[in-house]
Design a protein around this ligand. Structure first.
Ligand SMILES: C[S@@+](CC[C@H](N)C(=O)[O-])C[C@H]1O[C@@H](n2cnc3c(N)ncnc32)[C@H](O)[C@@H]1O
Length: 295
């Protein structure tokens, strides 16, 4: 199967990284390599370090990057470890860091990975299935009703968290939930089918489970702190987020870093994709980009 992923806000990412041809850059969310190849194309004697926790993404990216492999170093790892990844490659500081958060279309469109409510597959959602234990099935089958409701509210902004948690707990007493469609059917049994605000009724629960499985928000906080320490003075951190929980964290930590005089906020308000990009790539619609420059 030929997987694809259209990179979001590519031109804006390059512009805000303020690239120079001999610099060292980190693409902390390599995915299928779309942003990395664009950075590498710009470089002359510079390097781009591409990190992804997902081994499958890394293998696909490696094939796509053959033309620029001399300028790229690829590492499988979680971006919470960005400091050791960079140092193990022999760099003390870097000139710019990019993170394009969430999952790629490759992960989302592969039913085996369990990220999509639109296709049937195991309730998995681990970005690194070899290195992580907790799956979405573990969560729905073992968390208490109260914890499930809190999770759906906190990480999904779910409008009916209690109802959904209750029906999950009732169902699992009879039989464990195993597949994405087991969960989708349960959600549809208690939430009005009419799409709330245009989104499928399972969207928020699936988002919340994915965040919990991959501990995404804690990872993001640690990543931002470490990134700022790794940047050279004048180096930029560019983050593209896709939901309010992520954007809130980026905004608050950037503000704190400004107060601590560690960085300057380049984007007073988040930058959004152009109307043209939103039309041609629906996945970009919820994207928000924030940029910080290290003092
Ligand atoms: C939106 S995709 C990136 C797409 C990429 N920019 C491109 O143009 O092809 C996000 C990628 O980040 C990876 N990812 C998410 N969280 C991560 C983390 N904490 N550490 C490393 N990789 C992560 C996912 O596995 C996924 O491949």
């Amino acid at each position: 199967m030929e997987w694809s992923h259209i990179s979001v806000m590519k031109e804006e990412s390059l512009a805000h990284l303020s690239l120079h041809s001999r610099g060292v850059y980190v693409d902390a969310t390599l995915g299928l390599g779309g942003h990395t190849v664009a950075i590498a194309d710009y470089l002359d004697a510079g390097k781009v370090i591409g990190i992804d926790t997902d081994g499958q993404a890394l293998n696909i990216a490696k094939e796509r990057l053959t033309a620029v492999l001399d300028k790229v170093e690829l590492v499988q790892g979680n971006f919470v470890e960005i400091d050791s990844v960079v140092q193990n490659l022999g760099h003390r500081k870097v000139n710019g860091i990019l993170a394009d958060l969430g999952v790629s279309s490759m992960e989302l469109d592969n039913p085996e990975r369990g990220f999509s409510f639109q296709q049937d597959g195991p309730l998995d959602m681990r970005m690194n299935p070899q290195g992580q234990d907790l799956t979405a099935a573990d969560i729905v089958n073992t968390y208490t009703e109260a914890d499930l409701a809190e999770l759906f509210r906190k990480y999904g902004d779910e409008i009916f968290p209690g109802r959904i948690a209750r029906v999950i707990v009732e169902q699992r007493r009879k039989q464990e939930l195993r597949t994405t469609q087991d969960l989708v059917e349960l959600i549809l049994s208690v939430v009005p089918r009419k799409r709330v605000g245009g989104i499928h009724p399972a969207t928020r629960v699936f988002q919340a489970l994915r965040i919990e499985v991959n501990d995404e928000l804690t990872a993001l906080e640690v990543f931002i702190q470490k990134s700022v320490d790794l940047l050279e003075s004048g180096g930029r951190l560019v983050i593209i987020s896709f939901h309010s929980g992520e954007d809130r964290i980026v905004k608050h930590i950037f503000r704190r870093l400004k107060q601590e005089q560690k960085g300057k906020i380049i984007t007073k308000k988040p930058l959004l994709p152009s109307e043209e990009e939103k039309m041609s790539n629906p996945r970009s619609r919820s994207a928000k980009m924030r940029v910080l420059e290290k003092h």
